[in-house]
Design a protein around this ligand. Structure first.
Ligand code: SAH
Length: 401
């Protein structure tokens, strides 16, 4: 019998020269506007990406509805997708073994940065929390492979899925509820840098903890002293780390639910009655800082960790004004020799933008900032240099004169 050459059954997607040059530059996304043809490509399928001349550029995950139509997953043809997923999970776990210290809570898989676009997995001691962000990762076979591989490797008591309804809408996926996907255990206690935290997978705020600040908590604690104010404290991440170093710690947040967990966390860590208690204040941080700075309140350590002000590029100017206002008020309240720990988690505000705002703020406040550390997200949230979107957190620690 003569040999027949079988055509690959994988769907083909042709992209424009601009899309191809983006991939050649090391990025992994191709926008819908750069798709030349994607006929009969099923939503969420593994596809072969071809440049405008028909040359293959790699295999990718396709979304039929997102503006990010293509997320490259391998430069070579993928022979067996579930096997590739298992390999990538093994690699992600091995990477963390070398870089996560003093914590049983960390990000196990960070989407593009772990070559698994559309998937986030966080570990909170014996509970894994999973977020599925694309059509391809939502496929039943992918879900099954992920859960079985993560369970074999990490032996969690349970796996929960956290659903963002907006993401499912954008990906044109049917609604789905957050909840346990394996096991029964829905709450646990995890430890980072020797500090204990309550984690409740189903109740309360949907975010879990801010694992990306883990290394910044420890860094901030090194400089903290005296009277400390943790603004936008959420469940007390910074406040609890500062407490052993400070004479008094106040945490401020507008969410009562977050402050209730913060108070439980404080009780978990209270070793003896002589230790000062953290004071939690439910307030709008902008109003509180305005009142406190006007009334002459003084602090030795101030943490500013607001939510992302710039959700898109359009918000950049407003975001910079927001950062300026907060930092200006903080500088007014810091005593000489005081410590300012100021953060931005807006991807659209670059590190240079953020340092620029701080410089303007210092000038206007007639204070001098000595920057002791310019930091980013914890190392379990890796940054791909050629995928700038993977870098988002800024944390600048300064001593104020
Ligand atoms: N520092 C925290 C994370 C902060 S996340 C940690 O390390 O865990 C941002 C927090 O800001 C959320 O808890 C949210 O409830 C709070 N927040 C948002 N807008 C606010 C406002 N105007 N005033 C006070 N808190 C606000």
């Amino acid at each position: 019998m003569p040999k027949t050459t079988s055509r690959p059954s994988i769907p083909l997607v042709k992209i424009s020269a601009r899309g191809a040059s983006r991939l050649k530059d090391g990025h992994v996304w191709v926008y819908r506007s750069d798709i030349v043809s994607a006929e009969d490509v099923p939503p969420g399928s593994l596809v072969r990406v071809l440049d405008h001349r028909g040359q293959p550029l790699g295999d990718a995950l396709y979304s039929s509805s997102s503006q990010i139509a293509i997320r490259l997953i391998a430069h070579e043809p993928v022979a067996h997708f579930p096997a590739l997923l298992r390999e990538r999970i093994t690699e992600a776990i091995a990477y963390r073994e070398g870089i996560v210290h003093d914590s049983n809570a960390y990000r196990v898989i960070f989407s593009e940065a772990d070559f698994l676009p559309g998937l986030i997995v966080d570990r909170y001691h014996d509970i894994l929390s999973m977020q599925i962000l694309t059509q391809a990762i939502d496929a039943e076979i992918v879900r099954q492979t992920l859960t079985s591989e993560l369970t074999d490797r990490l032996h969690p008591a349970s796996v929960v899925e956290r659903v963002d309804p907006r993401v499912r809408q954008l990906e044109d996926l049917p609604p789905r509820a957050s909840g346990l996907v394996q096991g029964e255990k829905a709450s646990t206690i995890f430890t980072m840098n020797g500090v204990q935290f309550q984690f409740d997978a189903l109740e309360g705020q949907k975010t879990g903890a801010f694992l990306d600040q883990r290394e910044n908590y420890a860094a901030a604690a090194q400089y903290a002293h005296g009277d400390a104010l943790d603004v936008f404290c959420y469940q007390g991440g910074f406040a609890l780390h500062l407490l052993p170093r400070c004479s008094h710690v106040t945490g401020v947040d507008s969410s009562r639910a977050a402050l209730e967990v913060a108070d439980q966390n404080a009780a978990l860590n209270r070793r003896d009655q002589s230790q000062p208690e953290i004071e939690w204040i439910e307030a709008n941080a902008f109003d509180l800082l305005k009142d406190y700075s006007a009334s002459g309140q003084r602090y030795d350590t101030i943490i500013l960790d607001p939510p992302a002000f710039a959700k898109s590029k359009r918000d950049l100017d407003a975001a910079l004004r927001g950062y300026k206002e907060l930092n200006l008020r903080a500088l007014k309240m810091l005593r000489p020799g005081g410590v300012l720990v100021t953060c931005s988690c807006s991807y659209h505000v670059s590190q240079a933008d953020f340092l620029g705002v701080l410089a303007d703020t210092a000038r206007d406040a007639h204070r001098t900032l000595r920057v002791v550390e310019v930091r980013g997200q914890a190392k379990d949230h890796p940054i791909l240099l050629n995928v700038p979107e993977t870098a988002y957190l800024k944390c600048v620690i300064s001593i104020v004169r």
